[in-house]
Design a protein around this ligand. Sequence first.
Ligand code: SF4
Length: 483
Amino acid sequence: METYLDTIQPDLINVTRLFGLPDTVWEEPVRFRLTCGEEAGCFRCTWAESSVRAERFADIPFDADPRLRELHRRRAARRLCRQTLYDLCRQVTGIHPPWGSLTGIRPTRLLYEALEQGAPDVEAAAARVVRDFDVTIEKAALLAEAVSTQLTLPPPGDQWADVYVGIPFCPTRCAYCSFSSGELGDGKLVEPYLKALLWEMADAAGLLKATGRLPRAVYIGGGTPTSLSASQLERLLAAVNACFPGHLELTVEAGRPDTLDRDKLRVIREGGAGRISINPQSMNDRTLKVIGRAHTARQVEEAYALAREEGIHHINMDVIAGLPGEHPADFARTMEAALRLRPESLTVHTLAIKRSSRLHFENAPLPDAAEAAEMVRLGTQTAHALGQKAYYLYRQKQMAGNQENVGYALPGHACLYNVDIMEETTHIIAVGAGGISKRVYPEEGHIGRAPNVSNIAQYIERVGEMGERKWGLFGTGEERGKG
Ligand code: SF4
């Protein structure tokens, strides 16, 4: 069995991190001792620390194909090693991580797998996730809620492609941001950027046509698309509608309330966007200042009122649990505002400190696990009080308290694009700086990628090459001639 564990160290570190144990537990002499082997057709694994020990056995898988046999054995041995270490850490620390032993795997995927393997319904599939991965009952219920909603949406298929349109400009840069967005600055790059983007959109429309695919969900994100002027937004939306007619959904990120005015909201509504996102992240002015957002909580309230006056019927609200200096009482104030403003969908992120963010460079601490859990619980409670249900859910590395990000929505308001991008079941055609086009191969469990350059000036200069990359991923040069 040992030979199958040659490169498992990063996985083991992820397990000990679930329990808040420092990586130093893996420095020599290591704190945890592993013994493993094969006995009577089983793998045996024991992890021990002082007088505490955990032991598990697993059947050694058999496959007639020697290559697959090795692959399945390796997987089984590694899973057993991780699970047993997880058992030991639970005993040593007394902690029950909210998502049990799950690291680096999409929880919704496990539920779908359980359904494919014959679980009679979503609840039974969620119960399997509890049994096999020690996920808590509360998180399993959330998972079941999200998958139940997803099953009501138009199913994915090879005939569809989602379209992502990136506007990489923001008024200022948020402290937690890891996206490839540039500050708007003097705005000189906006016009040349739009020109390149409109060219790339027309080229992508040709690609869809040549490969016989239909536009499914269109998402204009960034960045902050409403950093553009009303007339620029109008041109952009006209081009989106001309290039991708018949789409099932159109979202415009209007993330920063300080970028909105009546004209832009009117243009967005007339441009056919059925959903916009106005994101406070926090409704505490002190926090907004700390995280580098140049607006106040009051401006958020004003932007919501203006959007309603302009006839916008679906507003999504993004908030973040665990922002620097915030405790559950601060997050509760943000949730009170959500109850007042009544967005049709609420997305509750848990702070994750990414390597390219300012918070990472400032060594900002994450809140403690119990506080993060309480804030996330308040988020769920608020969404339910608004009549919303979870519809997508994902986890990232380095999240406060090992929690998750969840999108909630009123019935009939789930964002198809958000589900598609997280479940990785639909092709994505991405245009704009930093966008990543994806071609999914569900049978093979493989995803092909064609990334665009992130640097705005480079993108403008090399937009033709970005088009070629997409054609290389989805089609052929011959088809390009026809498109
Ligand atoms: S609004 Fe979004 S894209 Fe812009 S800086 Fe903030 S997190 Fe980054």
